[in-house]
Design a protein around this ligand. Structure first.
Ligand code: PMP
Length: 392
């Protein structure tokens, strides 16, 4: 395919979304007002599609920490840690992550996408086998591709299918890498990690879990679904992002293996990119501290989840999973999903529109993400908008 043809193909994609007046990628947040509100199309809008699960983006403590770092350390690092050295604040945040999980080490990356890319491409290579949940995020697929390893999707959240596929690998199953997520971002379902871990152990394989959407939300201490499943002493690698519950930008990997640190010498997405800026590191560090010290944030989030979930359920909507901070409504007919998404915006509520093939179930989704910063009044506004949008 020539580049001209490729551009034509992309133009078709753009046009098909514009024609149905539903291109979330071109939506403009004219003014952001708080963690839960913005001006969109000139209208005050409740944000219910942000991944701002703990609602920390506008808290004074985080803004002060970021401002101080900006003043003291400048606006950017202007280079990679392997070439230019680390700022003390990068090291301190890594220590804070290691301490939080009770592991010997942690590595931070410039984004969550790069954390998955960096860990996968750093750990496995051509000739190695990786089994990934079929609903894995693009960064997991892309990390596998970058690594050159042979990778096989197993049926979503199906430890029996994982078992079967590992068995088929024969001797190569030993030492294979299995990848799952804690909370899946589209349907809002959690992985059966205790069962997945048992299968991984049966074959002496390794397990990596992406807790991008579950850090700060699951487990007694907010460590994620691995903590809730009781596998923290056995899971091999946990990755995650600063861009959701931590309200910043960046990614991390923690591990019970001391050798994790060595990955710095062989992970291209870690080596060949600039390290995160001091202000983003400072706000992420501050937010991590909030997860440790303010369990009431999680309690507030779960109260909001319950209120929204019950409200939508009462209206008879088809919800994709049990209650979680991601509540997705499955809409069978594409045109109905598009008109509902637009109507919700008219009623002052922003949710994510997820269209096939991005929606893993093959049907369009109206995806809500709940925040601890939502008030009950805002949750009720979301519920009422869903009632009105269906009528319109
Ligand atoms: N993993 C998962 C499961 C995600 O949903 C995302 C972001 N949507 C990422 C990784 C990447 O995180 P980031 O936005 O920090 O690059």
């Amino acid at each position: 395919m020539s580049i001209t043809e490729r551009f034509a193909e992309l133009e078709n994609t753009r046009r098909s979304l514009a024609e149905v007046n539903a291109d979330p990628g071109s939506l403009i947040i004219e003014r952001i007002l708080s963690a839960t509100e913005a001006i969109i199309k000139g209208r005050r809008t409740v944000l219910a599609g942000t991944n701002n699960y703990l609602g920390l983006t506008f808290e004074a403590g985080g803004i002060e920490a970021a401002s101080l770092a900006l003043h003291e350390q400048g606006s950017g690092t202007t280079g990679s840690r392997m070439a230019n050295g680390s700022f003390a604040s990068h090291i301190a945040l890594e220590q804070a992550f290691a301490e939080f999980y009770g592991y010997p080490g942690a590595m931070i990356f410039s984004t969550g996408y790069q954390a998955n890319l960096g860990v996968l491409a750093g750990l496995v290579r051509a000739g190695d086998k990786v089994l990934i949940d079929a609903h894995s995020h693009a960064s997991i697929y892309d990390g596998c591709k970058l690594s050159g390893a042979e990778f096989f999707p197993f049926r979503h959240n199906d430890p029996d299918d994982l078992h079967k596929r590992l068995r088929r690998l024969g001797a190569a199953a030993k030492g294979a890498l299995v990848v799952a997520e804690g909370l899946y971002s589209m349907l809002g379902d959690t992985a059966p990690l205790a069962e997945v871990m048992a299968v991984v152990d049966d074959y002496a394989a390794y397990l990596m879990v992406d807790e991008a959407h579950s850090l700060g939300i699951y487990g007694e201490h907010g460590l994620g679904v691995c903590e809730a499943a009781g596998i923290l002493d056995r899971v091999d690698f946990i990755t995650g992002t600063f861009s959701k519950s931590l309200g910043s930008l960046g990614g991390f990997c923690v591990s019970r293996h001391e050798q994790l640190n060595l990955l710095r010498y062989g992970s291209r997405p870690y080596i060949f990119t600039a390290s995160a800026s001091p202000s983003t590191i400072a706000s992420a560090h501050w937010a991590l501290q909030q997860i440790k010290t303010r369990p009431q944030l999680r309690e507030r989030l779960w109260a909001n989840v319950d209120r929204l979930y019950q409200g939508l359920l009462k209206m008879g909507y088809h919800l994709s999973a049990a209650p979680s901070p991601v509540i997705s409504i499955r809409v069978e007919v594409l045109t109905e999903a598009l008109s509902m998404w637009n109507a919700l915006l008219e009623y002052g509520v922003y949710v994510n529109l997820v269209l096939p093939p991005a929606s893993p179930d093959g049907a369009p989704l109206l995806r809500c993400s709940v925040s601890a910063a939502h008030t009950f009044e805002q949750i009720d506004t979301i519920v009422s908008a869903f009632a009105a949008a269906r009528e319109s």
